[in-house]
Write a protein that binds this ligand. Sequence first.
Ligand SMILES: Nc1nc2c(ncn2[C@@H]2O[C@H](COP(=O)(O)OP(=O)(O)O)[C@@H](O)[C@H]2O)c(=O)[nH]1
Ligand SMILES: [Mg+2]
Length: 450
Amino acid sequence: MAGSAAEPIGAIASAPGSAGRGVLRLSGAKAGSIGAQLLNWSPEIGRGTFEATLDGGDLNLPAWGLWMPGPRSFTREDVLELHLPGNRYLVSKAMALILRSGARLAEPGEFTRRAFLNGRLDLTRAEGILALVQAQSRSERRAATALLFGGLQERLGSLRTGVDSLRALCEASLDFDESDTGHVPVPDLLHRLHAIEEQLAEALSWEIRREGPRPEPLVVLAGAPNAGKSTLFNALTGSEFPALVENQAGSTRDTLHGAWQLSKVLVRLADTAGLESARGSELLEQVQTMAEAERERADCMLCVVNAADPVWPQPDPGQIRILVWSQVDRPGVETEPPVARRLEFSGGWVACSAVDRKGVSLLAGAVEDALEGQAWQGNAARGLAERHVQALRSAQESVSEVRTGFDLGAPLDLIAEDLRQATDALDGISGRTTAEDLLSRIFGQFCIGK
Ligand SMILES: Nc1nc2c(ncn2[C@@H]2O[C@H](COP(=O)(O)OP(=O)(O)O)[C@@H](O)[C@H]2O)c(=O)[nH]1
Ligand SMILES: [Mg+2]
């Protein structure tokens, strides 16, 4: 990535296409003077929002600005954000004006990279932003948020302090008589080493869990009691241990899982208790909480609605949902769901019957379509965990050298050197000592304007 950090960079920060607003972002020492040149505005007014007119060439546009002089900004540099009418053509023209006024087009992730270089974020948090931008499901969003809010960094902080102080003790002891192991008793050093080993193992297992292969996509059956979820579950999974089916609310309590083979992928199908059925006792509350947790985790929801007695779920734009218009073999029922309801289901609708299996293969196709391109196929947060795992493993190797050193009575300066290597490995994760090419790879995955 070229250029000094203070060089002004600019980018369109809103998504392509027409929208309510188009956002341009500028960062760097000259952000204010470029803004003053193009807008009827002066940075002297101070931090905050302002209304102005963007004036240049044949462009004359009302604009709304947000002025955040450094260091109280995302990049810790002077940042000017311009909000314009969300028309792609106008926004591009305004961007061209900004570039002509002396800013350079930002590279992907360059704003976040500057935030990182200026100490605003450590690398794990920057990765959290990336993972969040790329997250496609609720579970990915949760993993990214954990990174963003410093889950790993918190752990690493105390681990690094432990390694550093052990090294300081080893180094301090060097100044004493050579025949002596030092003025700090070895058992104390070993006690500290043990604590480091434990924390390291814990951080590693946490990251390995994040990195590990995600199970098959989870498809969850949900709907009112008697919608036909359990019957459908049995029909789709051909389960050895079929779900209880009964014409009575509350027959399904525990969430059941089974494998459902679609034409290309295998998914995990879950049968849950009927939505909001029979609350009141502690057990039934628990049943509902479990079912809710399962729906939260779902990569795709099958909202089962009984054609003979339709009960409609609350709309939920945050999730991919397919409407399953069920039990259509029953005499006299509507064979298609009402048109007005269909739009509430982002994954479309399928009419089906678990009894004569009508619509079952259509349903499989709809699920496959809904899952295509979804997070489970490739996952940014997981790729990031891989880097952490490698670094933690290398820290662990150095720490086990330290252990061997103590066992063999090695000189303390050798032990201190191994501890220094462990610190370096940990610093690689937080970005204190991360190779330039690795930084470029990480930040290069961002979109321009981020
Ligand atoms: N005719 C017909 N009956 C069904 C169908 N699916 C479920 N049922 C019946 O509807 C009742 C409730 O089914 P169940 O699967 O337990 O519903 P759940 O509460 O949503 O799990 C049972 O009596 C089932 O036999 C179907 O596709 N066709
Ligand atoms: Mg059931």
